[in-house]
Design a protein around this ligand. Structure first.
Ligand code: ATP
Length: 222
C-alpha cells in the first residue's frame, strides 16, 4: 500500500500541491488525471525517489520495485539494438553462469507475457509505435515490479493499438495483482480500464470513483 498524508510539494516559491491525502492499494488500477502542470508527473517522481517532497508523509515499502513505462523515447530508425537486446538493458550484469541462464529464461517469459516473442529480433528502431511501447513495458517488467507506472504511455498510439497495450496491462494487473498507476489525459481509457482516479485540481488532489469521472475533468487547462 502507498499512503500519503498532507503531502506538499513546492518548487522554490511555486506551490504544486498542498496537503494531499490518498491511499493506493496493491492491485489498484489507478489513473492520475488533471490539467497540464497540475502535478501528476511531480507526484510520480516523488514516488520514484527522483524528487524530494517538501513536507508531509508518504508511506510505502521502498523495497517494492517500481517499473516505469515512459511516454516517449527518442529512438532513431537506425537504433542498433533488437527488441530483445533493448529489454536486456535492464538486466543486472552478472558473471555467474547460473544467473545468466535464469536471466535468459526470464527474458523469454517476459517476451511471452508481452506478446513479443516473434518480434524479438526486430530492430527496435524499425518497430511500430505499439511494438516500441510493448518493448518499454517488457523492460519495465524485468525487475518484477509490484507497481507499474505508465506515463501517458499510449498518447502517441492509434486507438486500436492503445487498447491492445491497455488490455495487456489490465491482464498483468489482474493476474499478478500488479498495482498500476496510469498518468493520462484520456477520458475513454480512464473509464474503461482504471478502477479509481486521483484528480489533481487547484493545487490539491481528490480520489474520484470511476463512476463519477466526467469528460469535463479532462477539458481544463492548467
Ligand atoms: N524541476 C522543476 N523545477 C521547477 N518547476 C518544476 C519542475 N518540474 C515541474 N515543475 C513545475 O511543476 C508543475 C507541475 O508539473 P508536472 O510536470 O508535475 O505537471 P503534470 O500534471 O504532469 O503536467 P502535464 O499534464 O502537462 O504533463 C508545473 O508548473 C511545472 O512547470
Amino acid at each position: 500500500m502507498i499512503a500519503a498524508k498532507n503531502l506538499t510539494k513546492r518548487f522554490g516559491n511555486q506551490l504544486v500541491f498542498q496537503d494531499v491525502n490518498f491511499k493506493i492499494n496493491q492491485g489498484d488500477f489507478l489513473s492520475l488525471i488533471g490539467p497540464n502542470g497540475s502535478g501528476k508527473t511531480t507526484l510520480v517522481k516523488i514516488l520514484m525517489g527522483l524528487e524530494p517532497k517538501t513536507s508531509g508523509e508518504l508511506n510505502f515499502d521502498h523495497k517494492q520495485t517500481i517499473g516505469y513505462v515512459p511516454q516517449f523515447r527518442n529512438i532513431d530508425n537506425d537504433y542498433p539494438l533488437s527488441i530483445e537486446a533493448f529489454i536486456r538493458l535492464n538486466l543486472k550484469f552478472t558473471l555467474s553462469p547460473t544467473k545468466r541462464h535464469e536471466n535468459d529464461q526470464l527474458i523469454q517469459e517476459i517476451l511471452e507475457k508481452t506478446g513479443l516473442t516473434d518480434l524479438k529480433d526486430r530492430p527496435l528502431g524499425l518497430a511500430s509505435g505499439g511494438e516500441k511501447q510493448k518493448a518499454y513495458l517488457a523492460q519495465a517488467l524485468l525487475n518484477d515490479p509490484k507497481i507499474l507506472i505508465l506515463d501517458e504511455s499510449t498518447a502517441s498510439l492509434d486507438v486500436e493499438v492503445k487498447m491492445q497495450l491497455m488490455d495487456l496491462v489490465a491482464e498483468l494487473n489482474k493476474k499478478y495483482q500488479l498495482t498500476v498507476i496510469f498518468i493520462t489525459h484520456d477520458y475513454e481509457l480512464t473509464k474503461k480500464y482504471t478502477t479509481k482516479a486521483l484528480f489533481f485540481q487547484n493545487k490539491t488532489l481528490r480520489e474520484v470513483p470511476i463512476s463519477r469521472i466526467s469528460e469535463k475533468m479532462f477539458e481544463m487547462e492548467g
